[in-house]
Design a protein around this ligand. Structure first.
Ligand code: HEM
Length: 540
């Protein structure tokens, strides 16, 4: 048994060595500079700009040579045994994400879509999520759910976010009374969890009141990977017949218990709403509306047209796909993707914004002043800002954009080539099925685009500063038809949270506050590895 196991492991290593050599040769053949990634299996989302530009990867002669061939704007690398083209240039990002979108409709290639799943209900629920869908299925699903995230729809559910903000502010008040340091990621994790539970699942998660809230425990389990999860993944993608083995054992790749917990919650909520005809105008109701809608009339004529460049770029041209008949599975998968894509990203953005505010008191004071000016315009009986007021605060918006510039939740955005392509301005061919990685963190940390890039400076996002740089140099929410569908929701909840807290409290540093953090290499998101500890003080 031990001998067979050892032979198996050696074979896998030999296979990957040969494949690695092959991808390196492949990029050499196409005259593309090659970078060996720091992550063992390949391309890592937490790679920094310095990694590209320091001679760590090359000696000086090789670096000069690579620069002549387009490095670091574009270079070749690998993920598992697949050659990957990496893009670190806003103009090329614009081509791939927007202009030539019909060559890059998918986020993951056939290899992962076919191999990293089983026929188990749990995996089918994950496979139906917008982030995993491909081609016409993705287009139809995106088209069906885009209308639920418009500004008009969000206005109708702002009071649910107010309720959770109230719990957050109460909890911050308790921290101020205690006067001891607390961890920001954990605090805003509760806020983000309760907001999504309320708006997308129709339940109260009570994370602030209960340390072991059942919803929060189950939903949180979706984000924790055990060694067993990693083993299942490697078995599926790297071991021949690994998938057949899992199928045979009836074991899903994804986490069974929390997925089924969420499945039960959302199906019960939908069932209850349909039976009792109760309506809350939250995301659950809007998803039910999408389920009831006639797919043939799904060009949503009643929706006001959003007119920012970001929205214009998001339009799916030539809807050549069959409109989607939304069924219960798709509804459940969409509720789950809201949690999967919206929970950690928003919590982390709020935590990092608060960390930088604590470290930069002058910026925090400027933001506080903007908030107090807004409070002065609010009617006495209205404790919370309404939709129009919260959206009218430029500095709040600038602080959040700078947070996502300095720490984009997704440091790497992937696209799969769905139609053969030549990278503009080069001779680099991309064959259908090959992946392109857009290195958001590298673009955001490029000193030619953002001088002194490690400095937290919201002034980079004034109208004038934005007009002076390439319009695709901020990719915090992606770009093009596959951009973040929940961006408005995320910004609304983050703004309401900061408004609620900063109106009465001040984040301050303490001896436990670190100067800078490093990124957790095991996380898919660009997540700080160290605890972000600060204190709060009540304002007089
Ligand atoms: C600050 C918080 C958030 C950040 C930074 C963020 C960022 C992103 C990014 C970078 C992408 C990939 C875009 C691309 O490939 O071009 C994305 C996709 C997505 N996001 Fe967000 N997101 C956030 C919050 C949310 C929230 C709250 C939701 C749901 C309500 C959400 C739902 C999604 C979905 C469903 C996708 C996939 C869209 C598709 O494939 O068509 N996100 N997000």
């Amino acid at each position: 048994m031990l001998v067979e196991f050892t032979i198996g492991v050696v074979c896998i290593f030999v296979y990957y060595y040969v494949k690695f050599h092959h991808t390196w040769k492949y990029w050499e053949h196409h005259n593309v500079p090659f970078v060996k990634p720091s992550f063992p299996f390949g391309s890592s989302p937490t790679i920094s700009w310095e990694t590209f530009t320091s001679p760590q990867n090359f000696n000086q002669t090789a670096l000069n040579e690579a620069k002549k061939r387009g490095f670091p704007k574009v270079y070749g690398t690998y993920f598992f045994h697949n050659p990957i083209i990496s893009i670190c240039d806003p103009e090329l990002a614009k081509h791939i994400m927007v202009k030539d979108f019909d060559h890059f409709v998918d986020r993951q290639g056939e290899f992962l879509a076919e191999h990293a799943t089983t026929s188990h209900l749990v995996d089918q629920l994950w496979g139906r999520q917008m982030t995993a869908l491909r081609g016409d299925q993705w287009k139809a699903t995106r088209n069906a759910f885009t209308p639920i995230f418009t500004g008009g729809k969000l206005k109708g559910m702002i009071h649910f976010i107010h309720e959770v903000t109230h719990d957050l502010v109460t909890s911050i008040g308790q921290e101020a009374d205690r006067g001891t340091p607390f961890e920001l990621k954990e605090k805003f994790g509760r806020f983000s969890m309760d907001t999504i539970a309320s708006c997308a699942f129709g339940v109260k998660a009570n994370s602030f009141q209960e340390d072991k809230s059942t919803f929060a425990m189950n939903a949180g389990a979706m984000f924790r990977n055990s060694p067993m999860d990693l083993m299942k993944f490697v078995l599926l993608v790297a071991v021949p017949r690994g998938r057949a083995l899992l199928e045979c054992l009836g074991v899903p790749l994804q986490k069974k218990a929390p997925t089924m917990f969420l499945y039960d919650i959302i199906t019960q909520t939908v069932d209850h709403r349909l039976r009792t005809k109760t309506r809350r105008n939250d995301l659950v109701d809007l998803m039910i509306d999408a389920m009831k809608a006639d797919p043939q009339s799904s060009n949503h004529p009643e929706e006001p047209v959003e007119d920012s460049q970001f929205d214009k770029d998001a339009k799916l041209n030539a809807p050549d796909f069959q409109p989607l008949n939304v069924d219960e599975m798709t509804l459940v998968a969409t509720a789950m993707v809201i949690l999967v894509a919206g929970y950690d990203t928003t919590a982390q953005t709020l935590a990092i914004a608060s960390f930088h505010l604590a470290r930069n008191p002058d910026i925090q004071e400027k933001l506080h002043q903007e908030i107090m000016d807004a409070v002065a315009t609010m009617e006495d009986d209205k404790p919370y800002p309404d939709y129009n007021l919260i959206q009218s605060l430029p500095y709040l918006d600038m602080v959040l954009h700078e947070t996502l510039r300095i720490n984009p939740a997704l440091g790497l955005i992937s696209r799969t080539c769905t139609k053969d392509y030549i990278i503009p301005g080069t001779n680099i061919p991309l064959k259908c099925g090959q992946d392109a990685h857009i290195y958001v963190s590298a673009i955001h940390m490029n000193p030619d685009i953002y001088p002194d890039p490690k400095k937290f400076d919201p002034e980079r996002f004034t109208k004038e500063s934005k007009a002076n740089r390439h319009p695709y140099s901020f990719l915090g929410f992606g770009q093009g038809p596959k951009n973040c569908i929940g961006m408005r929701f995320a910004l609304l909840e983050a703004k309401l949270a900061l408004f609620g807290v900063l109106r009465s409290y001040k984040f301050v540093t303490c001896p436990e506050t670190i100067d800078t953090y490093t990124l957790d290499p095991s996380s898919i998101l660009a997540t700080p590895k160290e605890p972000l500890l600060v204190k709060v003080e009540k304002r007089k």
